[in-house]
Design a protein. Structure first.
Length: 536
């Protein structure tokens, strides 16, 4: 019928509208008087015309009169109307049944009509309007469907049911396939049958179909959509897969292992959003990314809930070459150096390990106030690796004079660390050694070797602010002058950048100190005025 050409009648539009109203009125009268003529043709006509678009107020009133018959449960024409809706082999009536699911007196008959389909056309008509099922009343009616097994396509191929089987997937239009996915989420039934019916969507050629499937599919199949070539599909699946807003799985569990593996795969995704979600997820479920607040929260939760399991897991990571550094950093971030003292001592003494791991272990031991830890720090001062010696200088228990003697060390990192600690360590009596440390720092800034100038600029950036300016005394101005020269004229780019950052930091510190001083003076003036006003 839809393919037949439309032939316009040579009639005035007003006359045609009047004739249409007369026809609709006759259909409405015949439908309401079914008990008199017992003919089902007016009922079929009423069901076909009740949802048509109306153009005039008179036509609207007539259509509303037909609609009232759907709710008149006690009227003699209502029961025959339900029977016609359920039994008449007219495809468009199945689409009407979906619309009328929200009308309670006729919803049962509408649901029975939806339970069976005689052709693929009937499936197509209903599935393309699956968005109508978003209304809560319709969704509740579909959710009460008792023949769920038939609805989810578990009948034999070719049999009629509420939904078509997997073998008919390719015969449906794009909108119908999207509607089929929506229906599978509304109709109750076995999860295996639902997953089987949704499975063809993973390889569908339409990105819209795959996007809808990524929203409605089972969590067991969701990870497959993370690798979709379409960015929108992969991004939506990644956002749904993320555990943001939910409690992350327990470290070491099977779910945690599976999620960690998927996050590692998605970290290499061609889509930037998927990589971002994967990185955030890895930080959220892993304890060994101490730079991430979410990772530290996960570590603290496990430490509080299962201390023994936490210690066992950290020690396992300390034994791995690729995981050792992250475990040591986690120990430092959580302040657990004393609990893992023996492990850190073993790492610091093992010369077969990577020097970076040993140097990090030395830093962690610096926060442990025991004779064994202090002995390891003194031994580290004689180590052949400069990073280990430089880190030991930061924590070794010696007098400022002894530490300042290291200003002649052959390596720039050790020299810079020793000078910085003498100037900044609040536990020292720095009045006697502050000027000497400032002179040593100025000497390094004037050194011909680029590495020494860079290390000195690093030490100056951290040591010439705040109360340390008074400690440096007359050396402060020459230091700032030399740093300005390096920032402007040094031949090495890294030295110029580091010196520029140092000058910026000193300038901000001076402005803050001046602001605080002015504020203190202003408060004093306000206090004097207030007291004077009271006395007056």
């Amino acid at each position: 019928i839809a393919r037949r050409p439309h032939i316009p009648l040579p009639v005035e539009p007003a006359v045609l509208a009047l004739e249409r109203c007369i026809l609709l009125g006759a259909v409405a009268d015949a439908a309401w008087s079914f008990s008199v003529h017992r003919c089902r043709s007016p009922l079929i006509s009423a069901l076909l015309l009740v949802d048509r678009a109306v153009a005039t107020p008179m036509e609207r009133r007539i259509v509303q009169r037909i609609k009232r018959l759907l709710s008149e449960r006690s009227h003699p024409s209502h029961a025959p109307l339900r029977t016609v809706l359920k039994r008449t082999p007219c495809p468009i009536l199945r689409e009407r049944a979906l619309r009328w699911l929200a009308i309670e007196p006729i919803s049962g008959a509408a649901l029975e009509r939806l339970a069976e389909a005689d052709s693929l056309l009937e499936h197509e008509l209903v599935l393309t309007r699956a968005h109508l099922a978003m209304r809560p009343a319709r969704a509740a009616a579909l959710g009460s469907f008792k023949q769920a097994r038939g609805a989810l396509g578990t009948r034999r191929a070719g049999a009629g049911g509420m939904l078509p089987g997997r073998d008919r997937w390719d015969e449906l239009s794009e909108d119908a396939r999207i509607g089929l996915l929506s229906y599978t989420a509304l109709v109750p039934g076995e999860e295996t049958a639902r997953r089987a019916l949704q499975e063809p969507a993973l390889a569908d050629g339409s990105a819209r179909v795959r996007l809808t499937a990524s929203e409605l599919c089972s969590p067991l199949d969701l990870s497959d959509y993370l690798y979709d070539a379409q960015p929108s599909v992969a991004r939506h699946a990644a956002l749904r897969w993320s555990s943001l807003g939910h409690e992350a799985p327990r470290p070491g569990s099977a779910a945690w292992t599976h999620r960690t593996r998927i996050a590692a795969l998605c970290d290499r995704s061609p889509h930037a959003w998927v990589r971002r979600v994967a990185g955030e997820e890895a930080a959220r479920i892993s304890m060994f990314r101490p730079g991430s607040p979410a990772s530290r929260v996960q570590a603290r939760r496990m430490l509080a809930s299962d201390p023994a399991g936490f210690v066992r897991l950290v020690r396992d990571r300390l034994g791995g070459e690729d995981t050792r550094l992250g475990a040591i950093m986690l120990i430092r971030m959580l302040g657990l150096e004393s609990r893992f003292e023996l492990d850190l001592i073993s790492l610091a003494q093992n010369e077969q390990l990577d020097a970076r791991d040993r140097a990090t272990a030395v830093v962690a031991l610096g926060r442990v106030d025991t004779p064994a830890a202090k002995r390891i720090l003194r031994e580290a001062m004689g180590d052949g690796d400069t990073r280990i010696r430089a880190n030991a200088v930061e924590w070794i228990d010696e007098t400022p004079g002894k530490i300042l003697e290291l200003k002649r060390d052959e390596h720039h990192r050790v020299r810079a660390s020793a000078i910085r600690r003498v100037i900044r360590d609040p536990g020292f009596d720095r009045s006697a050694t502050g000027k000497g440390a400032g002179e040593a720092l100025l000497e390094m800034l004037c050194d011909e070797r680029q590495a020494h100038r860079l290390a000195a600029a690093w030490a100056a950036q951290r040591a010439v602010t705040g109360s340390n300016r008074e400690l440096l005394g007359n050396v402060f101005k020459p230091l700032i002058g030399r740093i300005e020269v390096l920032a402007a004229n040094d031949g090495d780019t890294r030295v110029r950048e580091r010196a520029s950052r140092c000058i910026h930091r000193v300038g901000e510190d001076l402005r803050n100190a001046r602001s605080l001083r002015d504020s203190a003076v202003l408060d004093q003036i306000r206090g004097d005025v207030y007291r004077g006003g009271l006395s007056a």
